[in-house]
Design a protein around this ligand. Structure first.
Ligand code: CP
Length: 309
């Protein structure tokens, strides 16, 4: 795979063939991710995990992926404990961390931060979420989950619901799904619909998604229902958040209209958009999806750092 020493800032950095290779490698990583097999493919390498925004899944699954491969981890979870609190720039911070590790994983509140970091780092940079921008490693684990559940990614009918404006995971995911001929439908209040530039990019790739604010009218056709949290922390005005909070709640009653084999996904964390009563149903894939972050991120680390599995 031609991914050695490369940055992963946007899903646009990958073509369909590269995505499929990463998903195939992720499949081979599953027994290692579960600890059933052991191989220190990245022994003596160091991952620099910089998380300047809260995270449970992305940070810990990168760490788990690294440790499962024998890779050491240095990490920071808050800007306040770095010299950025004394005024050091992100560019200088990245140059320093670059000197201490072999690959940087960065989560940052500002869109474009990962691209800037890639410019200042000699070693590769992986975007672990940049503001409302994108989250390409989440997209890879989302695709992996869909492929494992549905058998193939080709021509899936995918309904994305919730906060499509600020929810960065859906931006990368919609772009990736167009590479596989997906039929996309965006369900959101008008104020939280997919950003125009993403929509236009999808159209330029030959995909014209449907748009509605009514989930009931489209849930019956879906193979995959991808639910997102309303991103309260990204609203400039709390009053605007209150207008849309709780707009969609997936319950067993809502799922009565769905195909029996439709899967429900969510990047998590959830607040109230999927009721706990859905968790034990065969539709619910979101916890399996979160586990899939480990094999997928193992595949990413191995591909970029040149580990052999
Ligand atoms: N899905 C996701 O990015 O979760 P975290 O914010 O917990 O990392």
């Amino acid at each position: 795979m031609d991914f050695y020493d490369k940055d992963l800032v946007s899903i646009r950095d990958l073509d369909r063939g590269q995505i499929e290779e990463l998903l195939d490698l992720s499949e081979r990583m599953i027994p290692y991710a579960r600890g059933e097999k052991v191989k220190r493919a990245l022994d003596s390498r160091i991952l620099g995990n910089l998380f300047f925004e809260p995270s449970t899944r992305t940070k810990l699954s990168f760490e788990s992926a690294a440790y499962r491969l024998g890779c050491d981890v240095i990490d920071v979870s808050e800007m306040s404990v770095t010299s950025m609190s004394k005024g050091e720039t992100l560019a200088d911070t990245i140059k320093m961390v670059d000197a201490y590790c072999d690959l940087i994983v960065l989560r940052h509140p500002h869109e474009g931060a990962a691209r800037l970091a890639a410019k200042f780092s000699e070693n590769p940079v992986v975007n672990a979420g940049d503001g409302a921008g994108s989250h390409p490693t989440q997209t890879l684990l989302d695709l992996f989950t869909m492929r494992r559940s549905k058998g193939s990614l080709d021509g899936l009918n995918v309904v994305l619901v919730g906060d499509l404006k600020y929810g960065r995971t859906v931006h990368s995911l919609a772009e990736a799904l167009t590479m596989f001929g997906a039929k996309l439908t965006f369900v959101a209040p008008e104020s939280l619909q997919m950003p125009a530039d993403t929509f236009e990019h999808l159209k330029s790739r030959g995909c014209t998604p449907g748009k509605t604010d009514e989930l009931d009218s489209v849930i019956g056709q879906a193979d995959v229902l991808y639910v997102t949290r309303i991103q309260k922390e990204r609203f400039p005005d709390p009053a605007e958040y209150q207008k849309v909070a709780g707009t969609y709640r997936i319950s067993n009653a809502v799922l009565r209209e769905a195909k029996s084999d439709m899967i429900v996904m969510h990047p998590l964390p959830r607040v109230d958009e999927i009721l706990p009563e859905v968790d034990p149903t065969p539709h619910a894939k979101y916890f399996e999806q979160a586990f899939n972050g480990v094999p997928v991120r193992m595949a990413i680390l191995c591909s970029i750092l040149g580990g052999d599995i």
